[in-house]
Design a binder for this molecule. Structure first.
Ligand code: 3PY
Ligand code: MG
Length: 262
């Protein structure tokens, strides 16, 4: 079996627009619905959502026959956790709260086999290696991993150029919710100071040659961020999609709603 190539990483290099979705429902069944919906990429959230390698694995398996590229967002920077997500088959990891170049460098090493890194080797145990069925997995895996660092604090903005200069950081993704809180505007990612910080950061990331990404659910703002240099955009999350649709449906059929039944 051939080494699976990382299409998401290739498309990041081309700066081709890729539209994605955050997936937090922690269900392999709803993952399959989302995987068939037409997104370019899906990120399985294990930072805030009740996910672990054991629940991420069936989601990767459910989405595997479908076109979207799969990313995983681990809960922290622990190299042991990173190793498990890589071994179960995630090639691209989005790491939250990367504040400086030391953290970025440590993540690059956590994702790579020696001598470039510290990832432990057990390809006979790894779904990523098809349990030793992928010819040369250990020699080629380092080329196919992709690291997306999240820029979402004031410190990260201050250290952005140094983070981007780290070899092995493929892309930087702005997290507006955390960034707004860090800049003193919790819950207000549309605040002018936050928006201008995001626009400035997207421009600096794109100018560095690395790929720039951001979460933005508003289509007008998405176009603006695209103009600033964003090439991969998360336009929503499954939990919000489900809740909004459920609230709307319930309201439509209750007292006074357009579809009220009495
Ligand atoms: C954030 O907004 O903080 C995120 O991590 C995702 O957009
Ligand atoms: Mg965040």
């Amino acid at each position: 079996m051939d080494m699976p190539s990382n299409l998401f990483k290739q498309r990041l290099r081309d700066k081709r627009l890729q539209v994605g979705l955050f997936v937090g429902l922690a269900s392999h069944y709803s993952m399959e619905i989302l995987a068939s919906a037409g997104f370019d990429w899906l990120v399985i959230d294990a930072e805030h959502s009740p996910n672990s390698p054991a629940s991420v694995l069936p989601q990767l398996q459910a989405a595997a026959p479908y076109p979207p590229q799969l990313l995983v967002r681990p809960m922290n920077h622990d190299p042991a956790l990173i190793k498990q997500y890589l071994d179960i088959g995630a090639q691209t990891l989005m790491l939250p709260l990367v504040d400086n170049e030391e953290q970025a460098g440590a993540l690059v090493r956590a994702m790579r086999y020696p001598p470039q890194g510290i990832r432990g080797v057990a390809s006979s145990m790894a779904r990523a290696a098809c349990w030793n069925g992928v010819e040369g997995y250990v020699r080629h895996a380092n080329d196919e991993v992709c690291l997306v660092v999240q820029i979402e604090t004031r410190a990260a903005l201050q250290n952005l150029d140094a983070i981007l200069a780290v070899d092995g950081v493929d892309a930087a993704f702005i997290g507006p919710a955390d960034l707004a809180a860090s800049l003193g505007h919790p819950g207000d990612s549309g605040h002018p100071e936050v928006r201008s910080a995001i626009e400035d950061a997207l421009g600096r990331i794109a100018a560095s040659g690395k790929a720039a990404g951001v979460f933005v659910a508003d289509p007008m703002l998405a176009r603006r961020y695209r103009d600033c240099g964003a090439s991969f955009i998360a336009v929503g999350g499954d939990t919000t999609l489900l809740r909004n649709a459920a609230v709307k449906l319930a309201a439509a059929f209750r007292d006074g709603g357009a579809g009220a039944v009495s």
